[in-house]
Design a protein around this ligand. Structure first.
Ligand code: DQA
Length: 152
């Protein structure tokens, strides 16, 4: 019998504005690892959990909205570090609300311990959970949580 291998379910990792600068951007806040380092951590965690991982980084709100829309029916879960868009993008909020799988919000820093405007997230109300304040470790934790929720 000719068996085509079943493709691994997909976790979509989204990175918002300025995260392409990680490693050089405010290292005292965000650390010295690059976005590529974090994507490698997330990819390894996904693979260990039996998932494939696709990563999209954009500085443009509409591109992230398109990526979330494109994940509908295609990705099993979304992990999103929306950067500053987390605090005001209702467009991203609505796109995530339409997504049919688990959503994990992720931040390297702990926004609740920083500027007051960072204490509100418009992503959080449409996320299943939030991972923040653990630096690069958060990428592993968020992917593990997303995989576990997607399996249920
Ligand atoms: C961030 C926190 C946001 O407040 C900030 O605008 C970022 C990064 C984080 O990962 O800690 O760009 O999402």
């Amino acid at each position: 019998m000719n068996r085509t291998p079943t493709p691994s379910p997909l976790i979509l990792l989204l990175s918002g504005p300025n995260l392409q600068l990680l490693g050089r951007r405010e290292p005292e806040v965000y650390g010295t690892d690059t976005l590529e380092d974090h994507v490698a951590t997330a990819t390894a965690a996904a693979s260990e959990a039996g998932f494939a991982l696709e990563h999209v980084q954009s500085n443009h709100e509409g591109e992230l909205v398109d990526a979330v829309g494109g994940a509908l029916g295609r990705a099993a879960a979304v992990v999103i570090n929306a950067g500053a868009l987390s605090h005001y993008s209702w467009t991203l909020h609505d796109a995530l609300a339409a997504f049919d799988g688990p959503v994990v919000e992720l931040h390297l820093s702990n926004p609740y311990a920083r500027d007051s405007w960072r204490r509100r997230s418009v992503v959080a109300p449409v996320a299943d959970g939030v991972v923040c304040g653990f630096g690069g470790l958060g990428y592993r934790l968020a992917v593990e949580a997303a995989a576990e929720l997607a399996r249920r």
